[in-house]
Design a protein around this ligand. Structure first.
Ligand SMILES: [Zn+2]
Length: 282
């Protein structure tokens, strides 16, 4: 049964990855993600269902349109594969937590939605240097609904829906608010955007669903990743510091790390600092 679920969730991830390719192209251009159906950007030939099978179609067509032989970017293949592997990884993670069946399902759906959010953020921000409201706002709303539907995830003493909802709201305000202040003050000091509003809304969305610690972790690890990438690019002379590297992909990767092992890393960190404090004290 476990193998059947594993194969099904990976296949689901591949299919959703195929749909995300459409979203990554269309959402920042303000186009509908439903209509018109997928077509070749060069010759407008509609893509039939058997040319739309994740991974296999791209391989079978050797990355070319069946009609005009226009090259189809290998990125379509990569986004499908990446989404499939991410679905697989979060399924293993949620399964390993050994929660009651109803919570397992709720958490799994939550993580799948966050994987979609993460993949969209990585590629749209990389391409256009924006994280559209169309993807951050729905995740904020989802976080609030999730708090009412499954207050157990907020691990509150009384476990009431109303309190969970209030905590989700407070989490959004604290994480989003402090970053908003940072963005405004940063702009005053550096005379340019230190932090984009898309990044602020992204963190607020993470806080709405996963709570303030996940938001803090995303910001901390995302900043470290961003700095490493930035310094590497400068060292390779591929990009000047001024050209600006989008922050979204680093934040999104950090959120994914949180999904897989964030709470363990956080606990290890607290244990480490507590022991360090003890040693310094002694
Ligand atoms: Zn074509």
């Amino acid at each position: 049964m476990f193998i059947l679920w594993t194969v099904s969730f990976t296949a689901l991830g591949l299919c959703i990855g195929s749909f995300l390719n459409v979203c990554i192209w269309r959402i920042p251009r303000g186009e509908s993600i439903v209509l018109p159906p997928s077509h070749c950007p060069k010759c407008d030939k509609l893509i039939s269902w058997y040319e739309n099978i994740p991974l296999l179609s791209w391989l079978a067509l050797r990355g070319r349109c069946s009609n005009c032989k226009n090259a189809i970017s290998p990125r379509y293949f990569c986004v499908e594969l990446l989404t499939g592997l991410m679905f697989l990884a979060v399924w293993f993670r949620v399964y390993s937590l050994r929660l009651p069946a109803n919570l397992t399902l709720t958490l799994l759906i939550t993580y799948f939605i966050l994987v979609v959010f993460i993949v969209l953020t990585i590629f749209i921000d990389y391409d256009h240097h924006i994280i559209p409201n169309k993807i951050t706002y729905p995740v904020v709303v989802f976080g609030l609904i999730l708090a009412i539907y499954a207050p157990a995830f907020w691990k509150l003493a009384d476990g009431s829906r109303w309190m969970a909802f209030c905590f989700s709201c407070a989490s959004i305000l604290v994480a989003g608010g402090s970053l908003a202040i940072f963005a405004i003050v940063g702009k005053k000091i550096f005379k340019k955007d230190a932090l984009g509003w898309g990044d602020v809304k992204y963190i607020a969305a993470v806080a709405a669903v996963l709570g303030p610690w996940a938001a803090f972790f995303t910001l901390l690890i995302g900043s470290i990743l961003g700095a490493v990438v930035g310094l590497t690019l400068v060292a390779l002379k591929k990009s000047g510091l001024k050209s600006g590297i989008p922050f979204g992909p680093s934040l999104a990767i950090a959120t994914f790390i949180w999904l897989l092992c964030g709470s363990e890393l956080m606990q290890a960190y607290f244990k480490f600092t507590a022991e360090l404090a003890k040693k310094i004290g002694a």
